[in-house]
Write a protein that binds this ligand. Structure first.
Ligand SMILES: [Zn+2]
Length: 690
């Protein structure tokens, strides 16, 4: 399996009491204060109320601190920050809900479905409110919920995605600023909003008063105007009145610009936003997750060089005069404040992508959830994990040994020792033999499945990595990364019976309905099919749309291969008969394993960035993303248990020590005692009443 050189941030998984069954939220109101970091909240409280911690926000029952870094930068902009929150995937600055493969204003990445679009697909009503002075409702911090673009500044094209959404049906209620700007930009592209908006079934009005006067049955409306100082609370209540008529619930995004370059106005905006959050929480928290966060913090703070002016009796003008405001985004964590159903998942230091999972989880939409964590002793590296579904055992490769655990309890059963550089384990139940690929000694250990004792070692090609058993030929195969070939071993006698000239470094492999074995070749970016009996290569299919294929899964009914690729990160669907690529969908970074559940027609891809992607097969060539599920950074490999439908993922807290100079790689270190197998089970919470 491929070594991970990706920069993986170690993060403690803040699961909290997520395992406990809670009634899911019917609705979500998501508030975003532009730039409303900790120091801004502190200053706003002193500015507005003459004392610290006087805001409702500062009394909310659940608080987390979210890292806001992007896929490429430590300091985020609003586009990358809210893409992470809305999609659960980090991208690069300037890009709106597309993958980090986008190049700003040059090339699209893959579109990432947002939680608002999931909500629309599930029949909920959706809305947005924004008071940004210039770009209004097309500001990146809001657009990232409904639009997909490689450049946050393309306001007209972004606005068009309200009317012509890539997923879902577009927001139902849009209230906010940007009338002049969006109209002018749209005209430049030949659009006429005065006719296009009503043609899409929206009432189109130009003040909050007109919104109030609209028939309450009018559930699709766009109110665009230019005064950013409209009453935010009234706008929220107008939106909720209409959205809440939908018995399935709603998802509402409320954006307030608290990042204005002028301290007094920014702080007044926070005080107003605070009152709006309080009102919404008091009215709706019974069935609504109310969550507030910031896209980024910036350098607005009360500084104490001039101790006289910061005296407690200072006037608000004096306070405003000692506020230091350097209009630069900063890298520190932003607060995440929450109340309502499942809000207690907002705790600890988290990633901004976790906000997506908190909201998905609160709505009951995470299809898998963590059930247990099996600790495994020892601090060595790991690679593949194998589940023996019948025998209820897990085989966890672990540097110089394989830890064998009870799949249902995590209880250690034993150890297969002396397997230097082990990558994986293959199980031949009928022969009662197990096989490990010992990458550092070019050997395979053959052990007795009953007592885990070594029977003998056999020499294979150089650098054996992935290892798998083919029941039809009764053979075990190792993908040798040093010699770029595949060794075939008779599973009963343990003799090496030949070599497949793969001319590539094999990754995951599957046995297809035609009797051939298909294996990903990561360095040549192909899927190679060989005959397990004659050991002849029968076909080589280039993946084409992506490089570095690692994980591979297969559906025999449709004869489709599911290929997890790293560069760019995509799950590619290929016809096994002819190598034709039928579809490709974005996945997390550092994918290393894939699986297919024929019963639920679900494809799983595990990624080193701490995300498990799930896709539903709608037909042989049609696939849709289910919400990605949070695992843990480093959980790149997995095993799918066909019997219980559980997914097992080995993971540890991995620190990345920055290199002393640019020519060196950062050093990766596993924190002692942190290695474990995460156990995810299908979420039984029957929340989505569709
Ligand atoms: Zn900002």
């Amino acid at each position: 399996m491929r070594q991970t050189h990706k920069f993986v941030i170690a993060a403690l998984l803040a699961v909290g009491s997520a395992g406990a069954q809670q009634t899911p939220a019917k609705n979500v109101i998501f508030f975003l204060g532009d730039g409303a970091g900790i120091s801004s909240l502190n200053a706003a409280s002193i500015y507005g109320y003459g004392r610290p911690q006087a805001l409702y926000l500062q009394r909310m029952p659940n608080l987390a601190l979210a890292d806001s870094s992007t896929a490429k930068e430590w300091v985020t902009d609003a586009a990358a920050a809210v893409t992470a929150i809305a999609t659960g995937v980090k991208t690069r600055n300037g890009v709106v809900s597309q993958t980090a493969t986008a190049v700003r204003d040059v090339r699209d990445g893959d579109n990432l479905k947002t939680i608002m679009e999931y909500a629309e697909e599930r029949g909920l009503s959706t809305g947005i409110i924004a008071n940004d002075d210039r770009t209004g409702v097309t500001i990146a911090a809001v657009a990232a919920f409904y639009a997909h673009h490689n450049n946050r500044q393309r306001s007209a094209e972004i606005f068009q995605q309200i009317l012509n959404p890539k997923f879902g049906k577009g927001p139902d209620v849009v209230i906010g600023t940007g009338l002049k700007w969006i109209s002018a930009e749209s005209t430049k592209l030949g659009h006429n909003l005065d006719t296009e908006i009503p043609a899409k079934g929206y009432a189109y009005v130009h003040s909050l008063n007109e919104v109030k006067q609209l028939d309450p049955d009018k559930d699709r409306l766009i109110a665009l105007f230019d005064d950013g100082d409209f009453d935010l609370n009234t706008a929220v209540e107008q939106a909720v009145t209409r959205l809440s008529r939908n018995p399935k619930g709603y998802f509402l995004v409320v954006f307030s610009d608290c990042h204005l370059g002028k301290a007094g106005k920014s702080l007044a905006r926070i005080v107003e936003l605070d009152k709006t959050v309080q009102a919404a929480a008091e009215l709706h928290q019974k069935d609504t997750l109310v969550l507030m966060t910031a896209d980024h913090s910036y350098d607005l703070r009360i500084k104490g060089e001039s101790l006289v002016e910061t005296a407690k009796g200072a006037t608000s003008a004096q306070i405003a005069s000692v506020i230091s405001l350097e209009d630069q985004h900063t890298a520190e964590e932003v607060p995440v404040l929450a109340v309502g159903p499942c809000s207690n998942r907002a705790r600890g230091f988290i990633s901004n992508t976790d906000i997506f999972h908190i909201m998905m989880g609160a709505l009951g939409w995470e299809s898998y959830r963590q059930q247990a964590r099996y600790p495994v002793s020892g601090d060595g590296g790991w690679d593949y994990i194998t589940v023996d579904s019948e025998a209820r055992r897990l085989y966890v490769s672990h540097e110089t040994q394989v830890n064998v655990l009870d799949a249902d309890t995590g209880k250690p059963i034993g150890v297969i020792a002396d397997t230097p550089g082990v990558h994986g384990t293959a199980i031949a139940s009928a022969q009662r033999h197990g096989f490990t690929s010992n990458g550092k000694e070019d050997k395979v250990s053959i052990f007795d499945l009953a007592d885990l004792r070594l029977i003998r070692k056999v020499d294979v090609g150089k650098g054996p990595d992935g290892i798998y058993f083919d029941a039809a030929s009764n053979r075990v195969f190792t993908n040798n990364h040093g010699s770029h070939d595949v060794s075939a071993i008779d599973a009963f006698t343990g003799e090496v019976v030949g070599t497949v000239k793969l001319d590539g470094d094999g990754e995951q492999a599957i046995a297809a309905a035609n009797g051939l074995i298909y294996v990903n070749s990561e360095n040549t970016s192909e899927v190679v099919a060989f005959d397990p009996k004659t050991l002849q290569v029968k076909s080589r299919f280039p993946v084409g749309v992506a490089k570095t294929p690692t994980g591979l899964a297969y559906d025999a009914r449709s004869n489709r291969l599911f290929i997890a690729c790293r560069n760019p990160p995509k799950m590619v669907v290929m016809d096994a008969a002819n190598g034709k690529v039928a579809a490709s969908l974005p996945i997390g970074t550092g994918a290393d394993a894939a699986a297919y559940d024929a019963d639920s027609k679900t494809i799983f891809v595990s990624n080193a960035d701490g995300v498990l992607n799930l896709f539903r097969q709608k037909s042989a060539d049609e696939y849709e993303a289910l919400g990605p599920v949070m695992t843990q950074p480093s959980a790149k490999t997995m095993a799918f248990d066909t019997k219980t439908k559980r997914v097992y993922l080995p993971a540890a807290d991995v620190d990345v020590i920055p290199a002393a100079n640019a020519s060196e790689r950062p050093q990766r270190k596993i924190r002692p005692g942190s290695f474990a197998v995460l156990v995810l089970r299908p979420a039984q919470n029957p929340a989505p009443k569709l």
